[in-house]
Write a protein that binds this ligand. Structure first.
Ligand SMILES: [Zn+2]
Length: 122
């Protein structure tokens, strides 16, 4: 059986990481993350590397190699998915714009309050 990525909408067959089947809690986190919590991973089920971020990896501390290959952290949970990547960048931009506008309005309001206060005092 070829080992292919278990993430929906991902057809990557280049390999990846096996599910942490020995750690029930972490396994659950992975399954929830890939939106397949009813799914039972087997030895042949992988989550390809494209669903992990750089922060999910660390360099092995006791490696004797000059350029050790980063290994997946014990606590890593896949977090990059087709459905998240598309929405979040759009979402993020909208949110940023909204926050900028809010900040501008707040400044305007505080200036007005300041003026009003001065008037009242004067
Ligand atoms: Zn994948």
């Amino acid at each position: 059986m070829p080992q292919c990525c278990a993430v929906p909408m991902c057809a990557n067959k280049k390999g990846g990481h096996k599910f942490p089947t020995e750690d029930k809690n972490r396994l659950k986190q992975w399954l929830v993350a890939i939106r397949r919590d009813k799914f039972t991973p087997t030895k042949n089920t992988l989550v390809c590397k494209s669903h992990f971020t750089k922060d999910d990896y660390q360099l092995p501390k006791d490696s004797v190699l000059e350029k050790p290959r980063p290994v997946l952290k014990k606590c890593a949970v896949p977090s990059r998915f087709p459905w998240i990547d598309q929405n979040s960048s759009l979402h993020q931009k909208k949110k940023e714009r909204h926050q900028r506008r809010l900040a501008r309005n707040e400044r305007k309001i505080s200036v007005q309050v300041h003026i009003n206060n001065e008037k009242r005092e004067g």
